[in-house]
Design a protein around this ligand. Structure first.
Ligand SMILES: [Zn+2]
Length: 423
């Protein structure tokens, strides 16, 4: 009899598998439990990061692999030889659930209108089709209970978050439309402000928060059960969201300004407000948001390689999406050559900072994989995710704390946001 890697969904099975695990030491490591708070298996080797990692339900709040599905037509159910994420490497890395970013780049698809809507819809179709084509591996999840069940069956949960509210096209009814299509979080703006929400990435965002329509959007998200994501919004928008949302608010892929002072990160006052609302800051893996000074060095490198990037773009004759891929390939190569390496230890510095400031309940992970042009050298793809758990354990984090960081805190927020909705 072979045991498949599983998170056990039913109690009698727990005991049966525990008994089996006594005679199957190799299988033991892969055993997973559905209940985060369950007492660790007596067979678990205390202090073994691999087994601690394998048992936890791990949820990554942000990856841009979605655009690869659409633009490159990739099937991520097989191992890819590039990029950061596919199902094979997800299983190797013990990641159970992935929020796929439905990202509409306004420069290419508009900050609203038919082409922004189409771009979002194409990505949603691609994620849904991934789950439909590979039901043995994937299932589309929309609730915390879905994630627990799918992980319990040893499969992968695919979830969706809308990055930037461009695709709602300034129409409130579209928020519900995206909810019905399966979207479970939305950030009001990416790097370009909308008319109703300021971004941290442009000039106008410096003074723009939410207007009346923006506040209506937040209330509609609360009503439906869509988590509000503050990653990318301006400071003013952040505070307007905090003051408007009746439900916990999350940052799906940001880190701490106290360590790396960039506008995309949250300062301590913001982290306190997020925690007070029961929210979670999911730490991004991008060196620019992790390493002090990296952002300034990157700007210098961008100037140095501007010609190279432009040439790659010019030489690519296919769609604007392919031109972007060509530009990013040059950046990936040159950043690796010219910018300082960052390690997983720096990610844990940010986790530590949040834990010390506001407690263990308010931190998660949001890799930004396949959307970033540089990665930590020892967490260069999702397959290396266990290195994060190793470093957490090296610094003294206990198993139940690691469970919360890897996914438990997000499951709690999802359950809270799902409460009182019309489902
Ligand atoms: Zn982003």
């Amino acid at each position: 009899m072979t045991l498949r890697p599983q998170k056990i969904a039913r109690a009698p099975l727990v005991y049966a598998l525990l008994a089996l695990s006594l005679v199957c030491a190799d299988c033991r490591m892969m055993e997973k439990t559905e209940d985060q708070n369950r007492t660790p298996s007596p067979n678990a080797a205390a202090g073994d990061p691999r087994s601690v990692h394998a048992r936890a339900i791990s949820i990554d709040m942000h990856a841009d692999t979605t655009q690869r599905l659409v633009d490159e037509g990739l099937d991520i159910n097989a191992r890819l030889d590039d990029g950061h994420l596919d199902s094979v490497r997800m299983k190797e890395g013990g990641l159970d659930a992935q929020f796929f970013s439905i990202w509409v780049e306004p420069q290419l698809y508009g900050g609203g209108g038919a082409s922004a809507v189409k771009r979002a819809d194409d990505q949603i179709k691609a994620v849904r089709s991934l789950a439909e084509r590979h039901p043995e591996t994937w299932e589309l999840a929309t609730t915390a209970a879905d994630i627990r069940r799918i992980a319990g069956e040893g499969r992968l949960a695919a979830l969706m978050g809308l990055e930037g509210g461009y695709a709602i096209d300034e129409r409130l009814e579209n928020v519900e439309r995206y909810y019905k299509l399966g979207v479970r979080y939305m950030s009001p703006a990416w790097s370009v402000s909308t008319s109703w929400a300021g971004s941290s990435g442009d000039e106008v965002g410096r003074t723009r928060g939410l207007n009346d329509f923006g506040r209506e959007v937040i209330r509609e998200m609360n009503r439906l059960g869509i988590m509000v994501d503050v990653s990318h919004v301006s400071d003013k928008t952040f505070w307007d969201i905090i003051n408007t949302s009746q439900k916990p608010v999350i940052a799906t892929h940001s880190a701490c300004r106290a360590i790396a002072n960039v506008p995309r990160n949250l300062d301590d006052e913001m982290l306190r407000a997020l925690a007070q609302k029961g929210g979670v800051c999911c730490v991004d893996f991008y060196p620019e948001f992790l390493e002090p000074g990296w952002s300034e060095k990157k700007k210098q490198v961008d100037r140095e390689i501007a010609g190279m990037v432009q040439r790659a773009s010019d030489e690519e004759t296919r769609s604007p999406a392919w031109k972007k891929i060509a530009r990013d390939r040059v950046r990936i190569r040159e950043y690796a050559r010219r910018l300082p390496a960052v390690t997983v230890s720096r990610i844990v510095d940010h986790i530590d900072h949040i834990v010390k400031l506001v407690g263990i309940e308010s931190v998660g992970i949001g890799s930004d994989f396949d959307g970033i042009q540089a990665v930590p050298q020892d967490l260069s793809t999702v397959a290396e995710l266990p290195h994060l758990t190793e470093e957490l354990m090296r610094r003294g984090y206990k198993e139940e704390e690691i469970d919360k960081i890897l996914g438990g805190n997000i499951l709690r927020v999802m359950e809270e946001v799902e409460k009182g909705t019309r489902r």
